[in-house]
Design a protein around this ligand. Structure first.
Ligand code: UD1
Length: 417
């Protein structure tokens, strides 16, 4: 299994261009199943989760042509509606094919995703929403089997809790349902917005996306389209935090900075020096930094996907910081590993207490989940000495080969395979 050797006290200079968001690309690739015509997608990231989604689609019979960062998907010969354990185990977002399969083909059989390292991550909200539209479910041998008698029918879906994936699944199911659907307490994430824009460009009639009340008028068919995936705000946020941690002047380009307002608010409170434009941000040396208290929340709140990275920064800020993790119940797997690198963080229930003024020192660590992995890379870059990060396959799920992306800007990171 690959490991990364990170040389500490890294230099960082120049700028970095942000690539497409995998969390936008995954549901959008899944939505291609709703039509028998070509869907061309541009600005795809070159990451493992995208490869896993391609494998899943191939398995259904999709025809996919890949050219650099673009793909053309055609689903005119879907023969199989089964997502088996091996595919779903590698990527929980596989559940996003459930809505499209049920809507267009009236049947789907998906392996139950089960728990993962950041929590139990159930799918009850997905099934709740699709049941409202008329789908019926049963469980057999670790699979959830969905069926639709006749067609799905528009309905009012009132989510008891916010879920990005369940919102996306219900939107995708509702666009071809008969009649009108209203989704209340919908997720407002930019990636949900991007999915709706893509579906509208294919002929769907969705309004209200970007708010917590989404309205959909069912249509009979979706058509060919060409869509550019939005840039990855989490990758952008990760590199912004890296530059501040390394105390350098650095530019992060090619993403919508509005989508990261919550991060900029937090960084401003910590004392970071930044010049924010609409599509780029310039970071300036910003020491000393101040500790703060924050809570992760659904968008537009502070994203759970930047929690591990900001915790790394808090470890070098002056004074104490606190993070309450509100989205996932077990998303502190990086804490013992950051402590091995010299941080001083304690966890009580869903709150992490971070004592600042620490200097990271290189050590051997183990990557547990995607964002935890990248927080260890950041800590390693600012550490004295060498850090070895074991089991980096999680990192490759969401970051393009980080040793190359960052390597062009100064840091020395080596991959051992
Ligand atoms: C998506 C993102 C992930 C991000 C998360 C929260 C993708 C591919 N992944 O994941 O990177 O960390 O949003 O911003 O876009 N829940 C239930 N029942 C359900 C579904 C979810 O209880 O049926 C819970 C989850 O366990 C979690 C919370 O709801 O505690 C939010 O999860 P959700 O928004 O659904 O996250 P994902 O869509 O899986």
């Amino acid at each position: 299994m690959d490991k990364l050797i990170v040389n500490g006290t890294a230099n960082l200079k120049g700028s970095i261009n942000i690539y497409g968001a995998k969390n936008a690309a995954l549901p959008i690739m899944a939505c291609s199943l709703l039509s028998d015509q070509n869907l061309k997608l541009n600005n795809l990231p070159n990451v493992e989760d995208i490869n896993s989604m391609k494998k899943l689609l191939y398995n259904f019979g999709s025809n996919i042509i890949t050219k650099k960062r673009s793909i053309i998907i055609k689903n005119n010969r879907v023969k199989n509606k089964l997502a088996d354990y091996d595919l779903v185990r590698k990527m929980r977002a596989s559940i996003l094919v459930l809505g499209p399969l049920l809507s267009r083909f009236k049947e789907a059989k998906i392996s139950m995703p089960g728990g993962c390292s950041i929590g139990t991550r159930p799918i009850d909200l997905h099934l709740f929403a699709l049941s409202k539209l008329g789908a019926k479910f049963k469980y057999k041998d670790g699979y959830v089997i969905g069926k639709v008698n006749g067609t799905l029918n528009g309905a009012s879906i009132v989510f008891p809790r916010k879920s990005v994936g369940a919102t996306e699944n219900s939107i995708m199911a509702a666009v071809l349902a008969k009649g009108n659907t209203e989704i209340i307490n919908a997720a407002k994430e930019p990636e949900v917005f991007d999915l709706c824009n893509c579906l509208n460009s294919m002929g769907a009639t969705i309004t209200g996306h970007g708010t917590s009340k989404i309205k959909i008028k069912g249509v009979e068919k979706l058509y060919s389209s060409n869509h550019n995936i939005i840039s990855d705000r989490i990758v952008a946020g990760t590199f912004i935090i890296a530059a501040i941690l390394l105390n350098k002047t650095f530019i992060i380009r090619n993403f919508n900075t509005q989508n990261l307002d919550s991060l900029f608010n937090v960084l401003e409170k910590m004392g970071a020096q930044m010049k924010i434009k609409s599509n780029s941000v310039k970071i300036f040396p910003s020491r000393p930094l101040k500790g703060i208290t924050l809570t992760t929340k659904p968008y537009p709140g502070f994203p759970t996907d930047l929690q591990a990275q900001i915790m790394t920064l808090m470890s070098v800020a002056n004074g104490k910081s606190q993070i309450k993790e509100n989205i996932f119940e077990n998303r502190f797997m990086h804490v013992p590993e950051l402590n091995r690198l010299g941080a001083d963080i304690k966890i009580k229930n869903d709150v992490a207490y971070i004592n600042g003024n620490r200097q990271f020192k290189g050590a051997q660590v183990m990557a547990s989940d995607l964002r935890a992995s990248v927080s260890l890379v950041l800590a390693g870059l600012s550490a004295y000495g060498k850090t070895t990060i074991n089991r980096v396959y999680h990192l490759d799920r969401g970051y393009e080969k980080i040793e190359k992306t960052l390597g062009k800007c100064g840091p020395k990171i080596k991959r051992l395979t």
